[in-house]
Design a protein. Sequence first.
Length: 438
Amino acid sequence: MRSTRAAATGAVTLSLVLAAAACGGGSSSGGGSDDSPKTLTYWASNQGASIAVDQQVLQPELDKFQKQTGIKVKLEVVPWTDLLNRILTATTSGQGPDVLNIGNSWSASLQATGALLPWDTKNFARIGGKDRFVDSALGSTGAAGKDPAAVPLYSMAYALYYNKKIFADAGIGKPPATWDELVADGKKIQAKGKSPLGAEGSNPAENIHHVFVFAKQRGADFFTADGKPDFTNPKIVDAVKSYVDLMAKDKVIPAGDAEYAQNQSVSDFAKGKQAMLLWQSAAANLKSQGMSEDAYGIAPVPVISGTPGTGTQVDSMVAGINLAVFKNTHNLDGAAEFVKFMTSDAEQKVLNKAYSTIPPVKSAQADPAFGTPANAVLKNTFTNSAAALPQVASESQFETAVGTAVKDLFADAAAGRAVTTDSVKAALQKAQQQMPAA
């Protein structure tokens, strides 16, 4: 999902999810109606540098859809800080939008509410078929063995963005390929008076994305094979500590970044204050802040050793945005038509160019516009070395609990308090206790 957000807070509780399963989203048979065939409401996520930017990107496309179909789409761009709680509240009340964007890592959690239209073979056929979509994108659309709860809309992957001038001034000839190299390069950059690496230490979602990768690189998962949280696994503890140690021990992330949660690290990088940034598909964001594409390079996120790939060489979560339909929509045919429009080759090219994201639709992804060197890094990562966050019903609670634990550990590091194996384990134990009972 897009990491410009702070994750939803502790209001995401099991009781809310269970309530949603009981009363949200229409009948379990995939109902809905066509009582209001001329209008749709659409909640879009904040993908651009601001809500105003999103409105400028989306409204012309919605006008185009209305001209083609006669269906008016009422747009609301919802900030990431509000989106998950807004969706969960809508599932309990049954008063949600017709169509909405969801962070792809929420797919299984929202699927468990029963509020979203399942994308079975029949529904996929209405938008051209399931095989139009890249497999890795489909891997974050819901729990294994169930019909997807949503359709991929924008795909993203993490990369290492680095400032070419800062690297040259520090005598660094190429981007770091391993974490040890990143720390060593960071010392050279600090010697030249610059900050090495930016982070959003107060953003639980960002924290989850990074510690997930650190865990994968150690051959660990936050959940057991049967879906139970395993946060105090020694490899998980080591993964979380290693990430926080980039500030606490290695000092390559500045202490001030412990308070960042709203794109400040991107702004620092765009302004030349920090030499490196770990981010999802950042080109459009950087351009909007005045940074020339010539000023930075893009490389894969570092691994412990070797080169990125599958297994312990994973270097990104499968990032992206999915498009979902509320099951109780009063314009079921129109909602399906809108999803078909948004995932058409033409719209995939328009929208993913605007957001510097990767089309999850195979034929659109083949467009030359997505074949630049920068996009080649992102596409290769997304296809070959990214893994989906846990597709379990409690995923949203996991993001909140563990992401907040990491936030608190960053706060300790910034304050000069020791971040030890024991303190990390205690923080993760507390997070595990916040998870719903099986």
